[in-house]
Structures are given as C-alpha cells and as structure tokens.
Ligand binder design. Structure first.
Ligand code: ADP
Ligand code: MG
Length: 308
C-alpha cells in the first residue's frame, strides 16, 4: 500500500534536551495510525513537525512522496492538543470564519457545518458564545472545523482527552467513518482504550525514541502467548487438573461467568493448536467457556515501555 506520510529519521532537540531521536514512521494511505506513548514521549513534537509548526533538526518528512512544503497545509486537517477558540465569538460565526480560512466559500461552509452540527447533535449551539460551552462541547466544534474541508490527512492530537465516555465514543465513530470516506488519520494518545477499535497501525514512542511499530494485528500476534481461558464443568476437578497438568501449563483464572465452573488459563506449547486443546477438554469435561487470551494494546504498551 502507498504510504501517504513518511517521516525519515526525524530528530528534534530543545537546548540539550532531545525530544525526538531519529524517529521514522510510515503511515499507509487510507488507514488509521495511532501515535502512542506516555506523557512527554515526543508525540506532540512529531505532530507539530508534520504540521510545519516546528522544524526538525535532522531528518525529513514527505507527504505523497513530496518533501513537506507550504502548500501541504491545505491537505492536512489538524486538531492541536491545546485547543483554542475565540471565547466571545458566537459558535456559528466562528466556525464559518475558520472554515473560510481553510478555503471553503461561505455558502459551502454553512451547508457543511449544518450537516455536521446536526450529526454531532450540536445544532442548537449555533448562536451561543464559545465561553458558554463546556470544554467537551468546544472540543466538538473544533473537531468539526478540523475535518470540514475534507483534507486527505487528518491529525488529531489527543482527540479524546476532555470528553466524557459518550462523546469520546461519538468521536471514535466519526473517525472510523472518516477512514471509510477515504481519509488517512493520525491520532496521538497516552491512553490505550481508544486504540483497540481504531488503529490499523501504531508507533509507540518512549523518551524520544520509537520502540515499536507495525500493524496492530501483527504486533498482537507477536506478543500473544498461546494461552486460553477456559471454564469447565466436571464431577472431579482434582482429577481433571492432574490430567491437564500432564500435557499443559495451567494457572487459576478469574473471569465473570454465569456458571460455577472450574476457571483456568491453559498455556499451550507452540506446536499445539486450539483444536488440540478443545478436543482434549471435551473428552474430559463440559466446556462452557473457551477464549484465546490476546494481549490488549494496553498490555503491550505497559510491557514494552517497562522493558525499554
Ligand atoms: P507528548 O506529546 O508525547 O506528551 P511532547 O512532544 O509534548 O510529548 O514533549 C516531549 C518532550 O519535549 C517533553 O519533555 C517536553 O517538555 C519537551 N518539549 C516540548 N516542546 C518543547 C519546547 N518548545 N521547549 C522545550 N521543551 C519542549
Ligand atoms: Mg502531547
């Protein structure tokens, strides 16, 4: 697949502090790319470089195979981490003004804004002043203004911070729809909840360095341990456990279930498959829960940052 955005060995220092150390990422066109990492990792610095707000000390950035240039600003919609709207202006006025700065005509801007405001259920805020809005509401307006001119690359810096779970979910759904409509999305976050459903690819930054990159699916495959969580019903738990121990590694497990069953995590050797385990289990017990334990993005994040 074509990479829409590529950063090649980008470094940035502030005095003698290194904020980015030779960071290279590739963002495939039409995908959602998660730029992950703890606070202070360098995510915002990289995003500011992509938006030509900061210049890198070293390395290069290309968009659509071209070195970044002024005209690319039109191709990018950017929601900064520090959100700022003019507090005393009315919502509609301000949104129209910002949309026109992005090159939309007033009538086109009004039309698109109407659709978006209705979609995000903020239609009745048109005549309110920004200062009357909560932080989350103002953030919704900024989200709309960021995507309104339909740029091919969207960059959201910590888009979910400041939102309650319902609005965070709403924004998540909108980001998925934007990808469906053909946009490429980069978003940063230090919280992992949003990552699972959204990201095709990720890069994990820690202390200015990229420590992990790839498709989330490949990374999960790499980190999984061939362990299954099972719930079993048997008349003789002790006998079942000793039978299992002869062939597998077993550990007590805790998960919610409607049944008062024997709950275990069972780790297989890499030459054994889920079918091997399942047929063993069905020979000796009633299986009412069977689930492969796949590491979450959060597990991977914590483990990789700790080991780094
Ligand atoms: P993140 O977005 O991952 O939380 P940032 O990119 O904002 O991290 O910051 C990375 C590091 O660079 C932090 O330690 C921050 O204090 C430092 N930093 C960022 N911008 C500046 C600046 N303009 N001057 C000095 N230090 C900065
Ligand atoms: Mg940041």
């Amino acid at each position: 697949m074509h990479d829409l955005l590529v950063t090649d060995s980008v470094s940035k220092n502030f005095g003698d502090f290194t904020a980015l150390n030779k960071v290279s990422i590739r963002v495939p066109e039409g995908s959602i790319f998660g730029l992950l990492g703890p606070n202070g990792a360098g995510k915002t610095t990289l995003i500011r470089i992509i938006n030509q707000i900061t210049m890198p000390d070293e390395g290069s950035v290309t968009l659509d195979n071209e070195p970044l240039a002024d005209h690319h600003i039109r191709d990018i919609g950017y929601l900064p981490e520090e959100r700022g709207l003019y507090k005393s202006m009315k919502v509609g006025e301000q949104a129209l003004y910002l949309a026109q700065l992005k090159g939309l005509s007033k009538s086109e801007a009004r039309k698109r804004l109407k659709t978006w405001f209705e979609r995000l259920e903020i239609g009745d805020w048109w005549n309110k002043k920004i200062m009357e809005l909560s932080k989350g509401m103002a953030q919704k307006i900024q989200f709309v203004v960021t995507v309104l001119h339909e740029p091919k690359l969207l960059i959201f810096d910590e888009p979910f911070s400041g939102f309650d779970p319902i609005n965070a979910n709403l924004i998540k759904e909108e980001i998925l729809k934007l990808r469906e409509a053909g946009a490429t999305v980069i978003f940063s976050t230090h919280r992992m909840e949003s990552v699972e459903e959204l990201c095709d690819d990720i890069a994990l930054l820690n202390k200015a360095n990229k420590i992990l990159e790839g498709s989330l699916q490949d990374i999960k495959r790499r980190y999984k341990t061939n362990t299954y969580e099972v719930g079993l019903v048997t008349s003789d738990e002790q006998r079942l456990k000793s039978l299992l121990r002869e062939r597998f590694d077993i550990f007590p497990a805790e998960f919610k279930s409607l049944n008062d069953d024997l709950k275990l995590n069972i780790k297989l050797d890499f030459n054994e498959t889920s079918n091997d385990l399942l047929s063993f289990l069905t020979n000796h017990a009633e299986v009412n829960h069977f689930n492969e334990l796949v590491p979450t993005a959060n597990d991977i994040f914590i483990q990789t940052v700790k080991n780094n």
